[in-house]
Design a protein around this ligand. Structure first.
Ligand code: BMP
Length: 216
């Protein structure tokens, strides 16, 4: 069954290109998107973005965090390979983030305003307001905010009500998919809880069912 309304983004943080392509081919149309991070790009190069984009929307999570010129080069390469979305850091400042938005063209830019790991409390969490402000100014499409920190998630939703929120931190990092959606997320990112499962396809479908049950 094709689930065009899926809210599930699968993070394929694996080195195994064959697994990634096979997984995308089998389930790409049932999920919202596949998130591609450095592990696949390091082993295959940027062409992995176009390879996986044949089966699903792809969100390229390179967490771009450099000066405007370098950011521009990276975003152009992502766009050239047909990504649906790209993830950038916001902490590098509005000029750097604007360079990503400009170079990405039609590719939707999501910026990181809060993170899901404990170390985010050391620095990034206290900058939430500035990071959201920088992101709004740069006219990004959406924000990355943690699905395992519901208080933080609600704050982000309140500060940027019209923006799409993409949330990691589900499963392996302790968050619940349905709780994250109920607290402001538009899409859920799940990695290890799916690809480390003995039956990743079945596990992804289970998450899809959990997400669609929220509305029924
Ligand atoms: P997992 O479900 O295996 O914990 O993977 C989460 C994914 O989301 C990883 O690709 C990670 O890079 C990403 N991510 C995260 O976990 N926390 C954040 O704050 C931002 C992320 O992009």
């Amino acid at each position: 069954m094709v689930k065009v309304d899926s809210k599930l983004v699968i993070a394929l943080d694996v080195f195994d290109v064959d697994f990634a392509v096979d997984f995308a081919r089998k389930i790409g149309r049932e999920i919202f998107a596949i998130k591609i991070n450095w592990p696949l790009v390091m082993v295959r190069g940027s062409s992995i973005i176009s390879e996986l984009s044949r089966y699903s929307r792809s969100i390229c999570d390179l967490k771009i965090a450099d000066i405007p010129n370098t950011n521009r080069l990276i975003a152009e390469k992502v766009a050239e390979n047909g990504a649906w979305g790209v993830i950038s850091h916001a902490f590098v400042g509005s000029d750097s983030l604007k360079a990503v938005v400009q170079a990405a063209g039609d590719v939707r830019v999501f910026s990181v305003v809060a993170m899901s790991h404990p170390g985010s409390a050391d620095l990034i969490s206290s900058s939430l307001e500035n990071l959201v402000k920088i992101s709004i100014e740069a006219n990004v499409y959406g924000l990355i905010a943690p699905g395992n920190d519901l208080e933080m998630l609600r704050k982000v939703k309140k500060m940027a009500p019209g923006m799409k929120i993409l949330s990691p931190g589900i499963g392996a990092q302790g968050g619940s998919a349905s709780h994250a959606i109920a607290n402001g997320s538009d899409y859920i990112i799940v990695g290890r809880a799916v690809y480390d499962d003995p039956d990743p396809l079945m596990k992804a479908r289970e998450f899809n069912r959990e997400l669609s049950n929220i509305y029924h």
